[in-house]
Design a protein around this ligand. Structure first.
Ligand code: SF4
Length: 264
């Protein structure tokens, strides 16, 4: 598993939890890190829950433009904590000081000038395993005579350029939702801590005994089933759980019609 520019030997288990009952819904592991896990997990969870639309709450490790856009396409509303902009201080105006004007599709720079795009989509090849993405470039001829130019760009010939990725709209909509609904987003930690706190602290599930994706998923699945069964006892009670299990198992083994539980 490649994480934060280092290699960790282990399995990065992804899991989704439903907010109503705090049950584990979907889980997966493999060589995908958090950055590219959001849409796959969210879409699989939506299919399991059989819902038309769904909200998904995730921490900033999952904040990737492409993933946010994929969720939007599937009627999944994201609340993913925005990543802080790069803190690398170049001594130049940061990109955050340029304001995007959605209706005009332009940017306003710190000098109040308007940057426009020629509407050409360029390809940006990402380093590492990251897929390439497309972007449009915004410029203004005002840079040529700008008194603030030294504070804005080191480009000798061309002025300052602002690149806007094809995922920027999805990212901005997500970021606005998170900022506008801080209490809603805060539920993420409570939801995630409920099962993982129980599994790790109470049941000591901090490592797997098995190796290999298939076996690890099997082991994780057993732990998660155990957790969900305990939750179900708390939610609907032991008797109702047994009745529900009986119904499920009866349907599963229907051809044999075997009585699996004594009737209550
Ligand atoms: S250099 Fe260009 S983009 Fe930067 S402040 Fe001046 S006019 Fe605006």
């Amino acid at each position: 598993m490649f994480q934060r520019n280092s290699v960790n030997v282990g399995y990065n288990v992804q899991a989704s939890i439903d907010s109503k009952n705090k049950l584990l819904v979907e889980y997966e592991t493999g060589d995908v890190n958090d950055t590219h896990a959001l849409s796959t997990m969210a879409i699989a969870t939506k299919e399991i829950l059989k819902v038309e639309k769904m909200d998904v709450l995730a921490d900033k490790g999952y904040h990737t433009g492409e993933e946010l856009m994929e969720c939007e396409k599937e009627n999944i509303t994201t609340y993913v904590s925005p990543k802080a902009p790069s803190t690398k201080d170049t001594g130049l105006y940061p990109v955050t000081s340029f304001v995007y004007n959605r209706e005009e599709d332009t940017y306003t720079c710190p000098a109040g000038e308007t940057l426009t795009t020629n509407n050409v989509w360029y390809n940006h090849s990402n380093p590492g395993n990251n897929p390439p993405y497309r972007f449009r470039r915004y410029t203004t001829p005002a840079c040529k005579t700008c008194a603030n130019r030294d504070k804005c760009t080191k480009q000798k010939q061309n002025g300052r350029t602002i690149d806007r990725s094809e995922f920027a709209d999805s990212m901005e909509r997500n970021n606005c939702r998170v900022i506008a609904n801080p209490n809603y987003y805060r539920q993420r930690q409570q939801l995630a801590e409920h099962p993982f706190g129980t599994l790790k602290r109470q049941r000591g599930f901090i490592f797997t005994l098995m190796k290999g994706k298939e076996k690890v998923l099997g082991e994780v699945g057993l732990e998660f089933i155990g957790y969900n069964l305990t939750r179900c006892v708390s939610i609907i009670g032991f008797i109702e759980l047994c009745k529900a299990l009986k119904k499920v198992l009866f349907n599963y083994f229907k051809p044999h019609s075997t009585i699996l539980f004594k009737p209550f």
